[in-house]
Design a protein around this ligand. Structure first.
Ligand code: ACO
Length: 313
C-alpha cells in the first residue's frame, strides 16, 4: 500500500497588516463588531505581490522543511480563486519561479475548499504510484476581490499562502479524503462579472453561515465513519478559517475543547484556499502538532463546495 505522507509544511504572509482599527477608518464598523461576529483582529493584505509570489515563498518553506530539492518535485497543484492571470495557471508560474520544468502543474478552483480538493487530487496521484513528491499549495490574494465600501464583507478576507510536500511512503499519511459540491447555491457566495469588468465578492453571510455549520457536521460524521474512528481519536482539528463561531460549532460537534482546534482566523482573517495550510504550518512550527498525531482538516466554501481530509501526521 502506498500512502501520501506530509513530509514538510510551509507558509507565507505578505508583510502589510490591516487591523480592525484600520478598517474603522475605511468603513462604518468597529473592532468590537468585527471581533464579536468573526473572531478576526487583523489580516494580511498584499500591496504589489501576486498570488504566485506568495505561493512560491510558501513552497520554498515547505521544500526546506521536507529536506528535498525543487528538482525532486514531480507534481504541482495550486488551489486558488485569485490567480495572477486568467491563464496560465499559478501552478506553472510557481514551477518557473522554483527553477524547475517538465512536471505537471495545474490549478484547482474550489474557493475555500480548494486546498482539500487539491490535497485529495494529489493523494490519489501518489497512491496510484505515478508521483513521489507532490507540492500542494493553497494561495490567495482575496483582498483584491473585496469591495472596501461593503462593511459586511470586506472585514472578513485576508491574503496568504500555505504549502505541503506530499511524499509517497509505506507509512500511513493521508487516511482518507472526502470532497463534495452542490452548484444550486451559486449565488449565495460568488464573484459575478460586472459590465465594467470589476470583480467583487458578494455573499449572503447569514445563509452561508447556517448551511456551513450543518454541512461541516455531516462531513465530520462521514469522515469518522469511513475510518471507523471515534471523535476522541482526533488530536487536532485544522479547519478552514472563515469565522470563529463556525470553528466553535465544529469543535462542539466533535466534543473537542477549543485548545485542540488550530485557530488563526484572529490574525489571518479568511484567506480562502490558503487558510488550512497556513493553520497547519503555524501549529507544526510552534510545536503543537507532532508526528504521529491524527488531524482532521475540513472546509466549506463557494459553490457550495466542501470537504475533509483525515491525516496521520
Ligand atoms: N460593522 C458593523 N455592523 C455591521 C457590519 C460591520 N462590519 N457588517 C454588517 N453590519 C450590520 C448589518 O448591517 C446588520 O445591521 P441591521 O441589523 O441593522 O440590519 C447587522 O450588523 C447584522 O448583520 P448580519 O449580516 O446579519 O451579521 P452576521 O451576524 O450574519 O455576521 C458575517 C456577518 C460575519 C459575514 C457572518 O454571516 C459570517 O461569517 N458568515 C459566514 C461566512 C463564511 O463562512 N463564508 C464561507 C466560506 S467563504 C468562501 O468560500 C470564499
Amino acid at each position: 500500500m502506498i500512502y501520501a505522507r506530509i513530509a514538510g509544511t510551509g507558509s507565507y504572509l505578505p508583510p502589510h497588516i490591516l487591523t480592525n482599527a484600520d478598517l474603522e477608518k475605511m468603513v462604518d464598523t468597529t473592532d468590537e463588531w468585527i471581533f464579536t461576529r468573526t473572531g478576526i483582529k487583523q489580516r494580511h493584505r498584499v500591496t504589489d505581490e501576486l498570488t504566485s509570489d506568495l505561493a512560491t515563498q510558501a513552497a520554498l518553506n515547505a521544500i526546506e522543511a521536507a529536506a528535498i530539492q525543487p528538482q525532486d518535485i514531480d507534481l504541482i497543484i495550486v488551489a486558488t480563486t485569485t490567480p495572477d492571470k486568467v491563464f496560465p495557471s499559478v501552478a506553472t508560474m510557481v514551477q518557473r519561479k522554483l527553477g524547475i520544468s517538465g512536471c505537471p502543474a495545474f490549478d484547482v478552483q474550489a474557493v475555500c475548499s480548494g486546498f482539500i480538493y487539491a490535497l485529495a487530487t494529489a493523494n490519489h496521484f501518489i497512491q496510484s504510484g505515478q508521483y513521489k513528491n507532490a507540492l500542494v499549495i493553497g494561495a490567495e490574494t482575496f483582498t483584491r476581490l473585496c469591495d472596501y465600501t461593503d462593511r459586511s464583507n470586506c472585514i472578513l478576507w485576508g491574503d496568504g499562502a500555505g504549502a505541503v510536500i506530499l511524499q509517497a511512503s509505506d507509512q500511513p499519511g493521508i487516511l482518507s479524503t472526502h470532497i463534495h459540491a452542490d452548484g444550486k447555491y451559486e449565488t449565495h457566495l460568488h464573484v459575478p462579472r460586472s459590465p465594467d469588468g470589476s470583480s467583487k465578492v458578494i455573499m449572503e453571510g447569514n445563509a452561508v453561515f447556517k448551511i456551513a455549520v450543518n454541512t461541516l457536521d455531516q462531513i465530520v460524521d462521514e469522515t469518522l465513519a469511513a475510518n471507523g474512528m471515534q471523535k476522541s481519536d482526533i488530536d487536532w482539528l485544522v479547519p478552514h478559517q472563515a469565522n470563529i463561531r463556525i470553528l466553535q460549532a465544529t469543535a462542539r460537534k466533535l466534543e473537542m475543547s477549543m485548545d485542540k482546534v488550530v485557530v488563526t482566523v484572529d490574525k489571518h482573517g479568511n484567506t480562502s484556499a490558503a487558510s488550512i495550510p497556513l493553520a497547519l504550518d503555524t501549529a507544526v512550527r510552534d510545536g503543537r502538532i507532532q508526528r504521529g498525531q491524527t488531524l482532521l482538516m475540513e472546509a466549506f466554501g463557494g459553490g457550495f463546495t466542501w470537504g475533509s481530509a483525515l491525516v496521520k501526521f
